[in-house]
Write a protein that binds this ligand. Structure first.
Ligand SMILES: NC(=O)c1ccc[n+]([C@@H]2O[C@H](COP(=O)([O-])OP(=O)(O)OC[C@H]3O[C@@H](n4cnc5c(N)ncnc54)[C@H](O)[C@@H]3O)[C@@H](O)[C@H]2O)c1
Ligand SMILES: O=P(O)(O)OC[C@H](O)CO
Length: 341
């Protein structure tokens, strides 16, 4: 299948958020020949991007193309945009989007975010629909084993672009093809988003195990049983099982659980070594999506009657002061069962 973009010859692309992934994604677009305008609330970061072609706060050490510009004016960034990429932390998405009074009618919204909203249990594409009024077929979700720093270093990576409208996913994918970034397509938005959100919770559990000094058997057990619980929830909510074995499922789970670059993994390790919740979040770099998402996923799972013992354990460890020994004891003393159920 050949991917080609039938956006206007030079699509106008805005990126909301000047974080690590939004910035690395802007560079992917630039390397594929597409300029973009980033919006951020920090004047210093916006000036850094415009003047030094660098985001020293979130992606230090990686030069940015001159075709990437930035502004603190969100209306200016979005005005006339064909594609608006949303790359702020999941729990901030709604408040950012609600600042925009009107959306270009044919706009395509691209979500780079991985989380489930706390107040509503909505996936990010659902928050986008709710906050903007655009149709769900206009939303493309990007998810996969995509650690921003590795992509900024132009290391080979694949991702998944998911949209109800397969043609729209193709058009966005075509904007990102480079010699190091390879997009695959999927129409299973539910599966791609839930896998991306819940793997952050599982990565916290794996980070805790690493912080406690456990080895590869424990890590592999948590990753595999983590995939089992992600799959149970996703299938209950209508996902395609094949998505779980793909890049946005198994692929991202392995990358995030194994990598010391992952903030969720790093946070878990700090927590297990005795830091408080706030200390561990700060030490991991601030945006640790799995912490709040553990609560929304637990709530969502309970509302549909799905058992998620690892998610429950992460909620206990983050919010109820349950220590690692008690957590392991409770996980290991659960009733024995067939692994396929
Ligand atoms: N970093 C990665 O490797 C990576 C990879 C894939 C997906 N993601 C996902 O992308 C999303 C963004 O993560 P990131 O790593 O780019 O974040 P980051 O921590 O690098 O930066 C977050 C940015 O959002 C800004 N921000 C926070 N709250 C805001 C608000 N209310 N209004 C405006 N701006 C706000 C911050 O100032 C910062 O610039 C997350 O959902 C994350 O899970 C990240
Ligand atoms: O740094 P993390 O833990 O937010 O993980 C980054 C990405 O989601 C990996 O795909």
């Amino acid at each position: 299948m050949q991917l080609s973009s039938d956006f206007t010859p030079t699509p106008r692309i805005a990126i909301l958020g000047t974080g690590a992934w939004g910035t690395a994604f802007a560079q992917v677009l630039a390397d594929a020949g597409h300029p973009s305008v980033m919006w951020g609330r920090s004047e210093a970061t916006v000036a850094d991007i415009n003047t030094n072609h660098h985001n020293s706060s979130r992606l230090p050490g990686f030069p940015l193309s001159e075709s990437i510009s930035a502004t603190t004016d969100i209306t200016e960034a979005v005005s006339g945009a064909d594609v608006v990429v949303v790359a702020v932390p999941a729990q901030s998405a709604r408040s950012v989007l609600e600042q925009i009074e009107s959306w270009p009618k044919e706009v395509t919204l691209v979500s780079l975010m991985k989380g489930v909203e706390l107040s509503s249990d909505l996936r990010m594409s659902e928050v986008l629909v709710d906050a903007t009024g655009v149709d769900s077929s206009q939303i493309v979700v990007v998810s996969g084993p995509n650690l921003a720093k590795e992509i900024a270093a132009k290391q080979p990576t694949a991702t998944v672009m998911a949209c109800e409208d397969a043609e729209r996913a193709k058009r966005v994918a075509a904007l990102t093809i480079t010699d190091y970034f390879r997009p695959y397509l999927n129409t299973d938005v539910i599966g791609v988003e839930l896998a991306g959100a819940v793997k952050n919770v599982i990565a916290i559990a794996v980070g805790m195990a690493v912080g406690a000094g456990f080895g590869d058997n424990t890590k592999a057990t948590l990753i595999t049983r983590g995939l089992a619980e992600i799959t149970r929830l996703a299938l209950k909510l209508g996902a395609d099982p094949k998505t779980m074995a793909g890049l946005a499922g198994m692929g991202d789970l392995v990358a995030t659980c194994a990598s010391p670059l992952s903030r969720n993994h790093t946070f878990g390790a700090h927590l297990a070594r005795g830091m408080s919740l706030e200390e561990a979040i700060t030490a991991a770099g601030g945006t640790v999506e799995g912490v709040k998402t553990s609560r929304s996923v637990q709530h969502l799972a309970r509302s549909v009657g799905v058992e998620m013992p690892l998610t429950d354990a992460v909620v206990d460890a983050c919010f109820d002061g349950v220590d690692l020994q008690a957590m392991m004891k409770s996980l290991l003393s659960r009733p024995h069962k067939d692994e396929r159920r």
